[in-house]
Design a protein around this ligand. Structure first.
Ligand code: FRU
Length: 430
């Protein structure tokens, strides 16, 4: 498979200093959620919510890209286009992909109203044939719901299970469970979990439910939280019993993550990284939204979630430089370390009261910079974007997350990619 994110196919890559160099996104226009993640005969397929008609959320299609190594992506033809007069005429919204006994199958939400649709491929995931009618044509009649979307399907024994995101009016965000023998006829089983709007939102979008270690993980994107969360708990007899609730990403711009199990059994996740600039700025730029790097999930020995960049990303490395510093105080520039596409691994001994971190994209006079700082006294990792841009229309805030550092050792693993910064702290907080 060839690498196609070249300057010829991605003209914006050459001209636009914000356009990422190694994060995936289509050549132009709008992108949101990752969809239909699947590895098929060794090749990873990444579908995504895509508007081919501009850098804004409308006329939602499924874009499609594929990769053998999780690093270099080849653009493939649009997978799903709304069918005029069909159940997805108003948009092909989020969903998943499964292997139905050798047949690649997509299950996704058609709009309007929100119904669940199915499409299959007979040419190796290139083109997709839709069923003319939805496979779940309406939400359960006995519930008063807000939203009914984003099916996530998996196989358990001889049956298929599907969870769908919604909100129960007067109650809270909810995940509904369905069961099927053939992916075409579904029986409603009931809600597996209902939230509390004061804690975790009114509508739950993009649910993902899967076993991890000896637990089950429920990944959710609640409205109006504007961030994704996960609940670690148990799932038995159609009921999910949550233990802890944690932000899946504390940076405030990752949403609608989707997880997949690859052929080696790894659990991988991508999320939509949304814009911190205005809609007008995106209109001028011609693009909006970036896909996160692939992240791998696991459990730590203490039962908490371990999140780390996939090892394949090492293929992006160029020149390597190592620095050992014992004299750090205030902001100390590291001479000659510049660039807008960098992978930085910084190890600090923060003791139990110190502060440590990195500033990136720093102007020589310090007028612009983005700071990633850990404070051992408050045990919080923060990302400070208050001076990330001199443009007054750019979102500028400080986001933080709790991070306990047991032996005073903090490892920050940063991927800087022009306007995108992803941070992994001790493989626990992103
Ligand atoms: C999440 C979401 C999904 C929906 C899709 C529409 O970002 O709102 O719930 O299916 O995006 O593009």
């Amino acid at each position: 498979m060839s690498q196609t994110t070249s300057d010829t196919i991605r003209p914006l890559l050459a001209r636009d200093p914000h356009y990422p160099r190694y994060h995936f996104r289509p050549a132009a226009n709008w992108l949101n959620d990752p969809n239909g993640l699947i590895q098929w005969e060794g090749v990873y397929h990444l579908f995504y919510q895509y508007n081919p008609n501009g850098p804004f959320h409308r006329t939602i299609h499924w874009g499609h890209a594929a990769s053998r190594d999780l690093v270099h992506w080849e653009d493939l033809p649009i997978a799903l286009t709304p069918t005029p007069g069909g159940p997805d005429a108003g948009g092909c919204w989020s969903g998943c992909a499964v292997n139905d006994n050798g047949v690649p199958t997509l299950i996704y939400t058609g709009v309007h109203p929100q119904v669940q649709c199915l499409a299959v491929s007979h040419d190796g995931l290139r083109s997709w044939e839709k069923l003319p009618e939805p496979v779940i044509p309406a939400p359960p009649a006995d519930l008063d719901l807000d939203g009914f979307r984003d099916p996530y399907v998996w196989r358990e024994g001889d049956r298929w299970l599907c969870v769908i995101g919604t909100g129960i009016k007067g109650a809270g965000g909810a995940v509904l469970l369905y069961e099927s023998a053939d992916l075409r006829h579904w029986t409603y089983q009931g809600p597996i979990c209902v939230g509390d709007p004061a804690v975790n939102g009114r509508i739950w979008e993009c649910p993902n439910l899967f076993p991890i270690g000896d637990r089950w993980l429920l990944l959710l994107s609640p409205i109006p939280l504007r961030r994704s969360i996960y609940l670690l708990g148990s799932f038995e007899d159609g009921t999910f019993r949550p233990g802890s609730q944690t932000d899946f990403d504390a940076g405030g711009c990752l949403y609608a993550p989707q997880a997949m199990r690859d052929e080696t059994g790894r659990r991988l996740v991508w999320g939509w990284l949304w814009e911190g600039r205005s809609a007008e700025a995106c209109q001028r730029a011609g693009w909006n939204g970036v896909m996160s790097l692939p992240r791998q999930l696991d459990l730590n020995a203490d039962g908490t979630l371990r999140v780390f960049p996939v090892p394949e990303l090492a293929a992006l490395r160029g020149t390597h430089r190592r620095e050992i510093r014992t004299d750090l105080a205030g902001t100390t520039p590291i001479d000659g370390l510049t660039g807008d596409a960098l992978e930085l691994i910084a190890e600090f001994d923060v003791g139990n009261r110190g502060q440590a971190g990195l500033a990136v994209r720093r102007a020589p006079d310090g007028e612009e910079e983005t700071r990633v700082v850990y404070d051992a006294a408050t045990r919080r990792l923060s990302i400070d974007r208050t001076r990330s841009s001199v443009d007054p229309n750019v979102e500028r805030d400080i986001r933080s997350a709790e991070l306990a550092v047991s032996d005073g050792r903090l490892t920050l693993h940063l991927y800087l990619d022009r306007s995108v910064l992803e941070v992994f702290a001790n493989e626990r907080v992103t």
